[in-house]
Write a new protein. Sequence first.
Length: 300
Amino acid sequence: MDGTFQNESAQNLSKSDEQNSLGEPISRRGILAAAMLRMTAGGAIVGFGTTGCASRRYGHLLASDDKDMVGSHEAGAATWNPLVDEAVAKILSRCPPPNESVIFPGQFAANGTPAQMASHSQSATESMVDPATGETIIGSQVTMPGSAPLVQGPAKVCFIGIENKSAEELVDFKDQLYERIDSQLNSGGSFRSISRRMVDAALVETRLRPDSLFLPQNRGAFAAALGRQGTPVDYLLYATITSGTTDRNKSTQRDYLLTLEMVNLESGDYIKESSKIRKGYHNTRAGKWWNFGMFDQADG
């Protein structure tokens, strides 16, 4: 009897392994897979219950007079926007106006001659001799470099790009800084920037790097490429971002410097302006007071 009962139980167990509740065949591998799936689902439910809604975020729109958020780990809008505004205002205030001859001591001038811009030279009526026929031509238009005042009109600025030499990656801020600088160049009446697409196309055509434009022959080739597009150039504008880091235990001070360099395309002379913002990083809120508090204790 015992042997018969054990045989019947084994047969019933094998049948239960081969059929489910609906009478459909099922294998042992399927049973194990279903058990593992139930265990995984249970673990996920437990994990969700312990973490809550960790992936949920909330957003809100900022008004125009709201303060920019100060980044806790790297520079952000509160750092880059004031740097751009100050540096662009400084550099444009020092560049020669397009309708005047302005002499800068040692800059944009050679041997005391006024600054000359490529697309704003003035013509004068003079008599000249035709070398082919030897006849005197009256009233011909002769270009006189350096004549003053220069022709009315905005100066053309070719913004080459931004070079990041800081300790941080600009990520998506690099293109935004480019557009911000470019927009401010065009906001005034004295300067107009050349389209970035035309600048990139001219660099590809001439196979030149931005830093190689300081050579006179390269500047000439680059200006000729833009001239064929109908965009004469007066100035080249370079932007450079650098940073300096000072560590004190668990606190850090980082100085951000934005430098704008305006190069006269004809002479190669340049002027340079920069703006700086200092920023502190601390592991606790008390770090600001401890390093930059009322006792001036940021002394190492």
